[in-house]
Design a protein around this ligand. Structure first.
Ligand code: NAD
Length: 424
């Protein structure tokens, strides 16, 4: 992702700069030496590939693809695959690093990875996306595998993308390998509850955070930015929990209704038209205005860097729960802390997806599948357990929730480094 400039302020930091700043803060708190800092800051492996596509009209187009394995000291690397036009190596590096901390914090036996292809999936047919996915998968094949690195869906990809990846990998090995990806369709060995797991986790954490702040859930005003795999179900579950979801946004705009949106009808509108824009029973709103509404809860669930130095002072939500990865810059974090606004960091708030991905991988490796309520109970346990740990650590050490979560995670990864020793 390139540098962006908000009106009247200096260029904003990139996601990778934000990720490095968060790590440096944690390292400073832990007092680790420079050598260990460098090891934790630097990806173990990075692969850049060319992905040629034969389009439906017979032309050849070339896209760049990436897979970054930030760390695998605690287990195989794990992380999503993103299709978006702005994807670049630095963005993928940042997302891979956040995955390492997330997996360590939620205590699943994985390191962190991320992949991406710089393509706008909305411009291509299903057949073209299948060819891109299969070619990308075959290009990164030497470094992925159920014991090495396990992709999952992220922005611009979905369970169909995972089905094509699994098939391409399985064809190359000569037998079916369901554990190569998570977020697969249930008919191919996907887990019950995976599709909505990130949103369920966001909801568990949002309810805990509101309670922590003494805010009554019933009727609390919430806004959700992003109405994709994470944002849509988060908005739905929050409204089912009794909150008033007063605004929702996507990349095309935002809609607002002070009495609360009918999220199910909004989802049906999006399924039909491809966007929230034009939804009846709501007023149109600018995307930035959504962030600045008078709210109890704000859930950014779209892209990185949306809460920054340029707008943080205008954001008034009491609680911010990060459904997206990296939505808040370190400068914005400082503003929110000074104003006593509670920010629940991405590596905790949106970890539900990787928790159920882990469950899916365990089920696939054992060829034994769990019921939906078993998945949900175990997910809720993990999310609440991690929430309590982070809150207790933050209070005991006078840290923000992000600082506490990052310190806890970095400590666990550093402990794995120490125990394994340095080869040779
Ligand atoms: P998605 O592609 O399904 O949906 C993205 C949504 O964000 C869409 O509604 C899109 O219109 C909207 N959007 C894109 N750019 C925007 C902008 N500039 N302003 C407002 N809205 C914009 O993606 P997703 O899987 O829902 O992922 C969303 C975020 O959550 C990402 O940061 C992703 O890394 C993170 N995340 C996803 C998962 C998962 O399981 N899918 C897990 C953890 C974290």
């Amino acid at each position: 992702m390139s540098l962006v400039t908000a009106p009247g302020v200096a260029p904003l930091a990139t996601p990778l700069e934000d990720a490095h700043a968060q790590l440096s803060d944690a390292i400073g708190f832990l007092g680790y030496p420079d050598g260990l800092h460098q090891m934790l800051a630097t990806p173990r492996r990075e692969l850049t590939v060319s992905v040629p596509l034969r389009t439906d009209t017979g032309e050849t187009r070339l896209f760049r693809g990436y897979r970054v394995q930030h760390n695998f000291s605690r287990g195989p690397a794990k992380g999503g695959l993103r299709y978006a036009p702005g994807v670049d190596l630095d963005e993928v590096r940042a997302l891979a690093m956040w995955m390492t901390w997330k997996c360590a914090l939620i205590d699943v036996p994985y390191g962190g990875a991320k992949g991406g292809v710089a393509i706008d999936p909305r411009q291509f047919s299903t057949a073209e996306l299948e060819r891109v996915t299969r070619r990308y998968t075959s290009e990164i094949l030497p470094i992925i595998g159920p014991e090495r690195d396990i992709p999952a869906p992220d922005v611009g990809t979905d369970e169909q993308t995972m089905a094509w990846m699994m098939d391409t990998y399985s064809v190359s090995t000569g037998y079916t390998v369901p554990g190569i990806v998570t977020g697969k369709p249930i008919a191919l060995g996907g887990s019950q509850g995976r599709a909505s797991a990130t949103s369920r986790g966001v909801t568990h954490i949002a309810l805990a955070a509101l309670q922590h702040r003494g805010i009554r859930v019933e009727g609390a005003r919430a806004a959700v930015q992003g109405f994709g795999k994470v944002g849509r179900d988060a908005a739905l579950f929050l409204s089912q929990a009794g909150l008033r979801v007063v605004a929702v946004g996507d990349q095309y705009g935002a809609v607002h209704n002070a009495s609360g949106l009918d999220v199910e009808r909004l989802a049906a509108h999006v399924a039909e038209t491809g966007s929230i824009v034009g939804f009846a029973d709501a007023d149109a709103l600018g995307g930035d205005e959504l962030l600045e509404l008078d709210l109890d809860l704000l859930v950014p669930a779209a892209v990185e860097g949306v809460l920054h130095e340029g707008n943080a002072r205008r954001v008034s939500a009491s609680v911010i729960v990060e459904g997206a990865n990296g939505p808040t810059s370190p400068a914005a974090d400082r503003v929110f802390r000074a104003n006593d606004q509670l920010v629940v960091p991405d590596i905790l708030a949106n970890a539900g997806g990787v928790v159920v991905s882990y469950f899916e991988w365990v089920q696939a490796n054992q060829a034994y599948w769990w019921k939906a309520d078993e998945v949900e109970t175990r997910l809720a346990d993990r999310m609440r357990g991690a929430w309590e740990q982070v809150v207790a650590y933050a209070e005991a050490s006078d840290l923000s929730l992000r600082e506490a979560a990052t310190v806890l995670a970095v400590e666990r990864v550093a402990e794995a480094h120490r125990l394994r020793g340095l080869y040779p």
